[in-house]
Design a protein around this ligand. Structure first.
Ligand SMILES: [Mg+2]
Length: 348
């Protein structure tokens, strides 16, 4: 009974509202108020007609609510359906990519709880790979450092931007001038470097002097391709933030009016290459890192989920520097692992 009465009232309101909408303009002209008359005018000329019109418009606004509300509900329902279908398109998690510097460790100090969190992650049915933009250390040195810090990993699980650079040099069959630290040279062993016809630039604090950069500049002017390990603006050291290779790469680009080929994060090709031997698509992977642009933004551009940790180079507000924002921003690597174990393993 109550439902029938409610339905009748709703029908009457809808009908009245429709009539009001259809006849409002005609009514306005009959009482001498054109459609151009704004509500704001009533305060200046509060005549009887204005007050009547104001009343009618107020009633109309109230009566419109039943018309508007279902539309809002429909939009909300569509949004929910949309997000559910997005979840449906994301497949079960198969792989976790983990940044090293700033995420698992800062120089020779591990992030608190990171070793134990990695051990917990390894209990889950997901592959783990360590992806790093390091340019100063070869893969072996990185591996030994992490083992000293008691992290459970294998050397072949590390994929670095140096490896990506070497792959590109071999594909192009060029002879590089290597502007990298001596400790990184091991990863380029066997490549022909005499009479260089390409420039590879990483972070090389001991080699970034005028003579070395000028040699690179002249080679590039002569047509040598400029290959950047990555273009990070800065990174985190024990004594604070420090310049990354980005400013030096950009300096050579500016001087020679060329664009570098970047091989490390955040390049999509880097993430796809890291996933290749895991037999895993980007939609089945998540990346954890302390660099909003290079780790999280890059991974998400490649189709992965990205988790930003507030350790290492993280600065307040970094999560707002990328669009879309990170899937999750959390205090540290152990918290990221908790999120994966609790929320991502079951998604299908
Ligand atoms: Mg990092």
């Amino acid at each position: 009974m109550a439902f029938t009465l409610y339905a009748l009232i709703q029908t009457a309101i809808l009908f009245t509202n429709a009539i009001a909408v259809l006849h409002e303009e005609r009514f306005l002209s009959k009482i001498g108020w054109g459609a151009e008359q704004s509500i704001g005018g009533f305060g200046d000329e509060p005549g009887i007609k204005a007050q009547l019109l104001n009343l009618i418009r107020s009633v109309r606004t109230v009566m419109r609510v039943p018309l508007i509300a279902p539309n809002v509900r429909l939009r909300q329902r569509r949004t929910l359906v949309g997000s559910k279908s997005m979840m449906a398109s994301r497949r079960a998690l198969k792989a976790v990519l983990i940044d090293l510097s700033g995420t698992l460790h800062i120089e020779d100090a591990a992030v608190p709880g990171a070793q134990e969190a990695l051990a917990r992650l390894r209990q889950a049915p997901v592959a783990v790979k360590f992806v790093t933009n390091t340019t100063k250390e070869c893969k072996r040195t990185l591996f030994e450092r992490l083992r000293r810090l008691n992290f459970d990993l294998q050397e072949q699980e590390i994929f670095t931007s140096l490896t990506a650079a070497r792959n590109l040099l071999e594909q192009r069959a060029v002879r590089p001038l290597l502007l990298v630290e001596d400790s990184a040279l091991e990863d380029f062993t066997g490549l022909e470097t005499s009479d260089p016809n390409a420039v590879v630039i990483g972070l090389a604090p001991d080699h970034f002097n005028y003579q070395a950069l000028n040699k690179a500049f002249r080679l590039i002017l002569d047509g040598a391709p400029l290959i950047a390990i990555h273009k990070a603006r800065y990174y985190k050291r024990k004594d604070g933030l420090a310049l990354g290779p980005g400013p030096f790469v950009t300096g050579l680009e500016y001087a020679t009016d060329t664009k570098a080929t970047v091989v490390g994060k955040p390049e999509k090709a880097f993430f796809l290459e890291a996933l290749r031997d895991l037999n895993c698509s980007p939609e089945e992977a998540v990346m954890i890192g302390d660099d909003a642009r290079d780790d999280v933004g890059g991974a998400q551009n490649a189709g992965m989920l990205g988790i930003l940790v507030k350790t290492g180079k993280y600065r307040p507000g970094d999560e707002g520097k990328i669009n879309p924002p990170p899937h999750l921003t959390c205090d540290s690597f152990p918290e990221a692992v908790n999120h994966i174990l609790e929320h991502l393993l079951g998604s299908k």
